[in-house]
Design a protein around this ligand. Structure first.
Ligand code: ADP
Ligand code: ASP
Ligand code: MG
Length: 405
């Protein structure tokens, strides 16, 4: 039995008219495979609205209860879509993550998938031609609802494809593929026909939200080819797959940005062993993901530590810093939420010097101040003020010759 997994994002299911387009794509899929697993996101805006609702009830909403709340967005879209299919006489049913179950760990708000009951799915596929599964959600062993992090429906889809041994997973969204940068902020961005898992991993981890990072990790691990396509046209899209010689060998393959950044600086902490651990261990215990970290050189036995986190973790982080303050002897904590990071990504960076210098020079020419820098083998990441993000992306895209013109 050939099974195809097709995932549709929030804008694709936002209205009845759009869901009808989704239905056409699914019916087309049914001509190419015996059975379809449709994975849906919440309708555009629903997840944000639910999170805002939680914020009205509590300044620091309980993470487990927040998951029970926000996961309802996907419950709405799968039920509505399945109604459309059933009205056409198609054998279909909806499934919540906990009904399958898609078992995760208990990191509420950013849970990781541990197992999927593929046998149960295969059983349902005997009775139904189409299963409509809620993306973004799962449950713990003891049946507590979890969610997989923003954008997590992509991961639900690829994990289902891996569990069912489907060779390709189609991710339908509002752009017709993966571009050299976000086509919505850079009109000269170019569509990439094929991209290697490694490069896609870097793009996603640096903020290109077209694919959730863990979906790419799953795809690479289980060799699932992922095709990113548009719900609204017939373009073949972008294939995310293993690296091969037919792929473009570019110095820089893309520019990514991430506005979900907050910067925290701890001033005058003691420069003694154990301080960094005292800062970062309690954050990791609370599942706060720390992104960039910079420690200054020591002056008079004291130093400053600066790091970035997701904006939604700021209040919790400041609370933890207040608790540990006596232990690390700092004078004050300063934070800034008007920051964003921009990354230059490419496997070619590994073998070339001067890429970072070119990036810094290009930003300097536009008068953009660099707040933090971090580099790895295949990327350069720069933290800047949020108001300059679009400009910085366009400048860097142009500097590294990615424009299609
Ligand atoms: P969905 O709701 O379908 O999951 P998302 O909003 O999560 O859609 O992801 C699609 C969006 O990703 C696009 O609208 C685009 O603005 C953004 N994006 C960021 N970087 C890229 C990129 N390199 N290529 C394509 N789209 C990108
Ligand atoms: N609805 C969730 C979100 O908005 C998951 C997703 O769309 O992938 O983040
Ligand atoms: Mg998405």
């Amino acid at each position: 039995m050939q099974i195809l997994v097709q995932k549709f994002g929030g804008t694709s299911v936002a209205t009845l008219e759009r869901m009808e387009k989704v239905r056409d794509k699914v019916l087309n899929g049914l001509q190419r495979a015996d059975r379809i697993i449709v994975v849906l996101s919440a309708r555009a805006g629903d997840t944000n609205n639910l999170l805002a609702l939680a914020g009205q009830w509590s300044p620091t909403p309980d993470k487990a209860e927040c998951d029970v709340l926000v996961s309802t967005g996907e419950q709405v879209s799968i039920s509505l879509f399945t109604m459309l299919l059933k009205d056409m006489g198609i054998r279909a049913r909806s499934l919540l993550g906990s009904q399958i179950p898609i078992v995760t760990d208990d990191s509420f708000g950013c849970a990781r998938i541990r197992a999927i009951n593929s046998e149960a799915l295969r059983g349902w596929l005997e009775q139904y031609d189409i299963l409509v599964v809620a993306g973004f959600q799962g449950c713990t062993e003891d049946k507590r609802v979890t969610t997989l992090g923003r954008g997590g429906s992509d991961t639900s889809a690829v994990a289902l494809a891996a569990a069912l041994g489907s060779v390709e997973c189609e991710i339908y969204t509002d752009v017709n593929g993966v571009y050299t940068t976000d086509p919505n902020i850079c009109s000269t961005a170019r569509k990439i026909d094929r991209i290697a898992y490694n490069e896609m991993l870097e793009m996603s981890s640096m903020g290109a939200k077209v694919l959730h990072i863990r979906s790419v990790e799953f795809a690479q691990k289980y060799k699932v080819a992922v095709r990113v396509r548009s719900t609204f046209d017939d373009d073949p899209g972008t294939l995310v797959t293993q690296e091969d010689s037919s792929m473009e060998a570019l110095l820089v393959s893309g520019i990514a940005y991430d506005k979900d950044q907050a910067r925290v600086t701890l001033h005058d902490v003691l420069d003694v062993p154990g301080v960094a651990a005292a800062v970062f261990c309690p954050l990791s215990e609370k599942d706060v993901l720390v992104d960039m970290i910079v420690q200054n050189t020591s002056l008079d036995g004291h130093t400053d530590i600066t790091f970035t986190i997701s904006r939604r973790d700021l209040q919790q982080t400041l609370g933890i810093m207040a608790e540990i303050s006596p232990k690390i002897g700092m004078s004050k904590v300063v934070h800034d939420v008007n920051v964003a990071k921009v990354s230059v990504i490419g496997v070619g960076i590994r073998n070339h010097s001067g890429v970072a210098a070119r990036a810094f020079a290009a930003l300097t020419q536009e008068g953009i101040n660099i707040l933090m820098i971090s580099t790895s083998e295949i990327k350069i990441t720069i933290l800047i003020q949020e108001k300059y993000v679009e400009l910085a992306v366009r400048i860097l895209h142009d500097t590294f010759g990615l424009d299609w013109t």
